[in-house]
Design a protein around this ligand. Sequence first.
Ligand code: CUA
Length: 320
Amino acid sequence: MFEPISPHGKDIADLFIFILALGGIVFALVVGLLTYAMVTGRRRATQEGLPRQVAGNTKLEIAWTAAPAVLLIALFIPTIMVMNSSDPAKVNKDKPDVVIIGHQWWWEYQYPNGGVVTANELHLPIITDPKSNGYLIHLKSADVQHDFWVPQLGRKIDVYPDKENFLYLKPQQAGTFIGACAEYCGGQHAWMRIIAIVQPQAEFDSWLAAQRTPHTTSAPTTSVGAGQGDPKRGEQIFLNNTCINCHAINGTTAQSPIGPNLTHLGSRATLGTGIIENNPANLARWILNPGAIKPGLRMPGYQLSQEDLRDLVAYLEEQK
Ligand code: CUA
């Protein structure tokens, strides 16, 4: 949060530093006066009876009532200003740039204008126009309450199943920025990693175009038999198993929106919403027993033969 990449994030970071500094001064003052009182008011061995008794001090009492009030006002005013600036006026709620849906325990990202549905990697183009409001994000939940928070991008915002929330994101620097679900939502709450990838407009456009295009599964290559798997056969395994009850892969008959959309799964850096690196060995481990990696999740393990597993992994990893 100390390296914000958006005006909203910067306002919040500045406010935090201001409050931290003010709190630091008060802390130093209180501890300093306390130390002074302990040293000067110490009961010495030579002393007899009680120390000097003080019945009251009107001036001091007024001072320590008024000073905190002044301090609270000094905190209240910039806080209200930042609440306003980090949550700008909402416009055109019908046309969000991204719809973010929290699930136990993963994130769904929909790009209604681009006709793309993906999971667990939020891509956004850099905003260069300083006057732009930013991207309008529409947040909702499919089950329980979650909370979307990428500190470098801006404020935290709750994600409710029964209420819609809106947020503006205005990323001004390319890079990968990590966030997390910030509302306890069950056993794997800590593994609802948010991976926000901010990229130049042209790069984002080609990403979006690639996401929109379903992958065509390639015919078995000569590498079959060398442990690489047969994607064509893997596709049949995918479509003939209960994978399709929860997952969608565009361009196939698998169209269920319950679990993460797996179109272009191979292009994602992680599996299980950030919990393990996406590579064939980990994907095989995940399919066999995802509950061993992310206990409590809804996906069952699949007891597939070595060959079936290899082909299914080859098919899924090929979805780039
Ligand atoms: Cu979702 Cu915590």
